[in-house]
Write a protein that binds this ligand. Structure first.
Ligand code: NAP
Length: 490
């Protein structure tokens, strides 16, 4: 079966970079084709450069910094609130673009646009609360204050899975804090970010305050680390690249925020409402095709519920509708890229070779001539030796493991270098509390498969990252604390 024809791209109207308040091509004139993962067609070509373009953008951001930093938080908030309003007005158009370049179904894409708008609103308000503090002195003729100061120009690099939300989790707090920004989106999902920058231009953000550079990521990162004007680099992506950036940050002692990979356990205790939980687990797992850093990816089910959980989960999974994200009723789009699909197949082959069996899905869909369509998959007879239990799968695969003892399941859940998210389903307050305290994860969903929200901190323990985004912590990430001590005249 062929996929239906993709709708035409209507937004953004530009395909260029945005540097110093002007739309411009790459210094060397490079362009890159953006591919639709549902039919492998070219959606658009965008400007694509590298280090030289990043250098120009850093110059522009450094020039804009004193003026932007000098504005009051209330003045900055007006720009951010207007950005949120325009994003909401354009939610349908931007969502369709996001679906075309990323693959997720339009309702999920729309939810991403609205979450992004809410993020701008949250930081517009939070910027007004960048309080310092007055510290009681030990000497009568001294006064001590702690005051907040923006870190400077911020360089950001973000991936394709939430192409609009992830750059905005950096841009909105950095702007609210009084920083200026150079933003580098993922190379295959730049269009919704260009649409965001059209909004930023329209709300009248002063030239150079926010800059958009598409191009070679390592070259752009090198410019970020080499230039003294850059006060901070904020990265979202794989743990592998995150480690590389830690090494590169050493020479300039650059501040770093890292939002890295995850391999979240989802644990269902014997008192849980099994039908409701199995449905929640399917929702959490197959959202954005499992290509979510906080997606549950290791499922530990109490042995007393295991049979019933499995039946409901399999039934729910078979009900999901796979197809191009722009078609009505589609609940799961294509995977983002051939590479991700190939990795999912490898992990399943490895698990099968070690004794796992497939209960739903199991591989690439044969219903589509083009595109990276993968059947949502459930496996059982899984054990800890399989690659999908030790490597971040980032794919629509649900491996089921039975457990019986609380201590055992905490040990298994924590037995990973990752520590981003964890999920617990129980109505027992003691177990819920023990799990919230015992699980090594920065984000814990208790009876909640979708825990991220702009006002709560988001980030990982262990090798899942450094620092937090969103919440009050999300603003602090772009502020330095200065201690001011004043000696008074006698
Ligand atoms: P990735 O390969 O690390 O890429 C992420 C971004 O870094 C992309 O923009 C990429 O550019 C760029 N990049 C690649 N190599 C680089 C280098 N040597 N120096 C600087 N930048 C470089 O990650 P991915 O596979 O695309 O994304 C999925 C990963 O992101 C998963 O591990 C997922 O868990 C993680 N993630 C984490 C969070 C979180 O909040 N913790 C959220 C979402 C995703 P290109 O576009 O050119 O590839």
């Amino acid at each position: 079966m062929s996929t239906a024809t993709a709708p035409k791209l209507t937004c953004p109207t530009r395909t260029q970079m945005f540097i110093g308040g002007s739309w411009c091509d790459a210094a060397e004139g490079g362009r890159l084709a953006v591919i639709n993962p549902a039919d492998e067609s070219t959606i658009a070509e965008v400007a694509f450069g590298g280090r030289a373009d990043a250098e120009r953008a850093i110059d522009a951001a450094a020039k804009a910094l004193p003026g932007w930093r000098a504005k009051t938080a209330y003045e900055r908030a007006e720009f951010l609130n207007r950005t949120a309003d325009l994003l909401r007005e354009r939610a349908d158009a931007i969502a369709r673009t996001l679906t075309l370049e990323q693959g997720k179904p339009v309702p999920e894409a729309r939810a991403e646009v609205l979450h992004t708008a809410a993020t701008f609103d949250w930081f517009a308000e939070e910027g007004k609360r960048a309080y310092g503090r007055i510290i009681p002195p030990t000497m009568a003729n001294k006064r001590h204050f702690a005051i907040s100061h923006p870190v400077g120009v911020v360089g950001t690099i973000t991936p394709w899975n939430f192409p609009l939300t992830l750059p905005s989790r950096k841009l909105a707090p950095a702007l609210a804090a009084g920083c200026t920004v150079v933003s580098r989106p993922a190379d295959q999902t730049p269009l919704c970010v260009v649409a965001l920058f059209e909004v930023l231009e329209e709300v009248g953000l002063p030239p150079g305050v926010a800059n958009l550079v598409m191009g070679d990521a390592p070259g752009i990162a090198d410019a970020f680390f080499a230039r003294p004007e850059i006060g901070k680099v904020s990265f979202t992506g794989s743990t592998r690249v995150g480690k590389d950036l830690i090494r590169k940050s050493a020479d300039g002692v650059k501040r770093l925020s890292l939002e890295l990979g995850g391999h979240a356990p989802l644990i269902v205790f014997e008192d849980a409402d099994v039908e409701q939980v199995a449905k929640a687990a399917v929702l959490g797992k197959f959202r954005n095709n499992g290509q979510v850093c906080i997606a549950p990816s290791r499922f530990y089910i109490h042995e007393k519920l295991s049979k019933q959980f499995t039946e409901v989960a399999v039934e729910e999974t078979k009900r999901l509708k796979l197809g191009p994200g722009w078609e009505d009723g589609v609940t799961v789009g294509p995977m983002f890229a051939e590479q991700g699909l190939a990795k999912a197949i490898e992990l399943i082959d490895d698990a099968k070779a070690r004794g796992a069996s497939i209960l739903a899905g199991g591989g690439k869909s044969s219903r589509f001539d083009k595109g990276y369509f993968f059947e949502p998959t459930i496996l059982h007879n899984v054990d800890g030796s399989m690659r999908l239990m030790t490597e971040e799968p980032f794919s629509p695969v649900m491996p089921l493991v039975d457990f019986s003892k609380v201590d055992e399941v905490i040990h298994a859940a924590n037995d990973t270098p990752y520590g981003l998210a964890a999920y617990v389903f129980t109505n027992d307050l003691t177990i819920a509390t023990r799990m919230a305290e015992g699980l090594e994860a920065g984000i814990i969903g208790i009876n909640d498969p979708v825990p991220a929200t702009p006002q709560a901190p988001f980030g990982g323990m262990k090798q899942s990252g450094l620092g937090r985004e969103l919440g009050i912590e999300g603003l602090e990430a772009y502020l330095e604390t200065k201690s001011v001590s004043i000696g008074l005249r006698g």
